[in-house]
Design a protein around this ligand. Structure first.
Ligand SMILES: [Fe+2]
Length: 353
């Protein structure tokens, strides 16, 4: 079954928060009030009421979805809400306004159950990405993957939500970087790189000004680029000083950056990303216990995944290879190839649609 979106008419009194507007709304004077596609945050509902609007059309998913599709659309809803909230927070910090931590907590509350219920978070997140709004999408994805790692490691809900919050906020300090550094995602000269390395410290300082943010969350934001061997930044801490949440965030952040398309690199497949995460764990940069749990999960989810081989053929992953993640057993038509032994064949990219 396919999911489609329909319009439903709703009385403004019965609006559920975070619903998506299915029409442009105008004031009596003909000025655009809210555009189609706007997520109705609480203050926007107040704005509608104040404008005397009594009914609106909203987008609503049709009921005849399969359970998997329903879960996917709920995750998508949570992802979109998170994106709106993070974009708002970025603007608040940029304008020097105080951040509303309630909105952020709400984003994590909405995201948490969907991430826990999702079986294949990576593939689902990949389908929700668009080329715009990288920062907000990356922030939400790092939070969501962080929550999934906590679940894989058996951490309690309150801890997983702290990691989710830290993930959503991990790069907020970049708001304080000069545009010249921010808009230059690669090829930074040494002076620019020194500035870039301050963003975790800036993020920590921003979070310290917010009330009701647990110290562990502040610490995880400060330490998300620290590495166990002391090679990270901003403080070059080694393993004994790096908190578990910071280690989880380091894996989640690295993985999401690797698998997302950027101007300076194409998206890496889960197989290449797994290999790279393992390599960084072997170098004692990332925590090997966290990496093994996460890579196991990614590879366990991979059978059935369609991939493009270097020959241009489409293959399906049949059996993952945990010793050499980029070389699983695959099937092309009726033929099986064990990529571990067929070295002239390799996976070029994932087929995600
Ligand atoms: Fe960062």
């Amino acid at each position: 079954m396919t999911m489609s979106v329909t319009r439903i008419r709703k009385n403004i009194q019965d609006l559920s928060l975070w619903a998506v507007l299915a029409q442009d709304l105008y004031t009596l004077q003909g000025q655009l009030l809210l555009a189609k596609g706007t997520v109705l945050k609480p203050y926007l509902v107040d704005k509608l009421m104040a404008s005397g609007i009594t009914e609106v059309y909203l987008e609503e998913s049709r009921e005849q979805e399969s359970p998997a599709e329903r879960q996917k659309s709920k995750l998508e809803g949570a992802f979109r809400v998170g994106q709106v909230i993070v974009s708002d927070v970025i603007e608040q910090v940029r304008d020097g306004r105080p951040i509303n931590s309630d909105d952020l907590k709400e984003a994590v509350e909405i995201l948490y159950p969907e991430v826990i219920a999702s079986t294949n978070i990576f593939t689902q997140l990949l389908k929700l990405r668009s080329k715009d709004a990288y920062t907000a999408q990356h922030s939400i994805a790092v939070g969501a993957i962080g929550v999934k790692i906590c679940q894989l490691m058996g951490l309690a809900e309150d801890k997983a939500k702290m990691v989710g919050m830290a993930g959503v906020m991990h790069d907020i300090g970049k708001v304080r970087l000069p545009d010249a550094v921010l808009n230059k995602p690669y090829d930074l000269n040494s002076q620019e790189w020194e500035q870039m390395k301050k963003h975790p410290q800036y993020g920590y300082e921003i979070l310290k000004t917010m009330k009701d943010i647990a110290p562990e969350i502040q610490l995880a934001v400060l330490q998300h680029h620290e590495r166990l061997d002391g090679s990270g930044y901003p403080l070059g801490f080694t393993a004994e000083k790096i908190h578990l949440f910071s280690r989880i965030l380091a894996v989640s952040d690295s993985f999401d950056a690797m698998t997302t398309e950027r101007v300076y690199h194409p998206p890496r497949s889960i197989f290449e990303a797994s290999k790279e995460l393992m390599a960084q764990a072997y170098r004692n940069q990332l925590d090997i216990k966290i990496v093994i749990r996460f890579v196991d999960y990614l590879l366990d989810m991979s059978p059935g995944q369609k991939v493009l081989l270097n020959t241009g053929e489409i293959a399906e992953v049949i059996l993952p290879n945990k010793a050499e993640p980029t070389r699983p057993l695959v099937q092309v038509g009726e033929v099986f190839f064990n990529l571990e032994h067929t070295r002239d064949l390799w996976i070029d990219s994932l087929i995600t649609s």
